[in-house]
Design a protein around this ligand. Structure first.
Ligand code: PLP
Length: 408
């Protein structure tokens, strides 16, 4: 497309855009199980839109120009820290998403190891189930990535991870809980090893930070996963997942707020004066910060607990429904609102092809194969329809059409 000579009229413009959108995932109809985490509540959507709109044009690059933004960012960090028991000496910043929070945590640990222990060629040790953001951070920051195979129960292998740690290890991590199967890594054991070895430990709660604290309050038995464990040095928490903010809102937390200086880039040799940023971006959208602040204050503890009840009831309905299909089984022991299922007798990808035909967007896991679902409160309305279609797809599946058919 080249830039049009004359601008389009507004009606034509939006008609064009709506046409283009027609082929996108039907998330408002509950068809999508990752990427978007809708509450299904119009009032929450309205709060997000109004807050984003209020800060549509502002730029979070310069906190001196927009002190309201700086204060909101600090509030979001503090509220999130409160959920995961960040000590008084701790601190953090917002980031554009989980990947950027993780990148900042790895950067801080790389530079601390370099400055305090003289580590020049560092490595990070993580289970293969860790989010790809850890491999990406290692790649960007020129660290050696050491992915360690997970156990048969799909959790991090504590002994194998301990064996992989050496004098050049700058960071270990575990997921609470992980994206591929929704299972909790043994955060306590892993973080104790890191503590003994004097290295950083990142508890990745990009999903869990806005799930596990509420489940604890609702009386669920949740193994320790946060700063109450003395070995946990960093955590990541995505407000744009189960915090229900719009995309572009995550928090990275450090046990000691002084470590944030390793995250901040400051440059003084520039004709435009002092330049400093806490994350990768320069100019930074203000809308996601405002939306995160707004939704957290709008929902409050009571609102999150209410949504959590809906979320877990829906997860139970889906789990029971999937387990009642003899060909299928849930993988591992998922703790929250995430289910991955597979089959020992039929081709799950062939089932997924038929689900695709009915508009459902399940993610295909590999090694081992499985179908992956991040459940949202919106799915409460659609669980029965999903299970009916899943039963139909299991009964009628043929052969998998293969990757190419999926993307054509
Ligand atoms: C456990 C975990 N960590 C990190 C991330 C990366 O987050 P983002 O996609 O916001 O960069 C995700 C995303 O799903 C995740 O589930």
């Amino acid at each position: 497309m080249s830039l049009p000579e004359k601008g389009m009229v507004r009606d034509e413009l939006f008609a064009n855009m709506r046409d283009r959108k027609a082929a996108d995932a039907k998330w408002r109809e509950g068809k999508t199980f990752s990427l978007i985490y809708p509450t299904g509540r119009e009032d929450v959507d309205e709060v997000l839109m109004e807050a984003s709109d209020l800060y549509l044009y502002e730029n979070a690059l310069n906190p001196f120009r927009f002190p309201s933004l700086e204060k909101m960012e600090r509030d979001v960090v503090e509220m999130t820290g409160g959920l995961v028991n960040l000590p008084a000496a701790g601190g953090g910043t917002m980031a554009s998403g989980g990947s950027e929070s993780i990148l900042m945590s790895v950067l801080v640990n790389r530079d601390r190891a370099r400055n305090e222990r003289g580590v020049q060629h560092g490595n990070i040790v993580y289970p293969t189930s860790a989010h790809a953001a850890f491999a990406k951070a290692a790649h960007y920051l020129e660290l050696e990535a050491r992915p360690i195979p997970i156990t048969d129960t799909l959790i991090a292998d504590v002994d194998a991870m301990a064996d992989a740690v050496d004098d050049n290890t700058v960071l270990m991590m575990g997921s609470a809980y992980g994206y591929p199967h929704g299972v909790m890594d043994p955060i306590e054991d892993l973080s104790n090893i890191a503590l003994e070895r004097g290295i950083g430990f990142h508890s990745d709660t990009c999903i869990g930070a806005f799930v596990l604290p509420f489940l604890e309050r609702l009386g669920y038995d949740i193994p320790p996963f946060d700063f109450r464990l003395p070995g946990v040095t960093q955590m990541s928490a995505d407000v744009h997942k189960y915090g229900y903010a719009v995309k572009g809102a995550s928090v990275v937390l450090h046990r000691n707020k002084d470590w944030i200086w390793n995250q901040i880039f400051v440059y003084t040799d520039w004709p435009s004066g002092l330049y400093g940023t806490p994350t990768v971006a320069g100019a930074r959208p203000a809308g996601p910060i405002a939306a995160a602040w707004a939704v957290m204050n709008y929902l409050g503890m009571e609102g999150y607990l209410g949504l959590m009840r809906v979320l877990m009831d829906t997860t139970e309905i889906l789990r029971d429904g999937i387990q009642s299909i003899p060909e299928l089984r849930i993988m591992g022991d998922p703790i929250g609102a995430l289910l991955t299922f597979t089959s020992d007798t039929i081709d799950t990808y062939a089932v997924c092809d038929l689900m695709d035909d009915r508009g459902w967007n399940l993610d295909r896991n590999t090694n081992p194969n499985g179908l992956h679902m991040m459940i949202s409160p919106l799915h409460a309305e659609y669980a029965d329809q999903f299970l009916a279609d899943l039963r139909w797809a299991v009964k009628n599946h043929g052969d998998s059409r293969g990757v190419e058919a999926r993307y054509n």
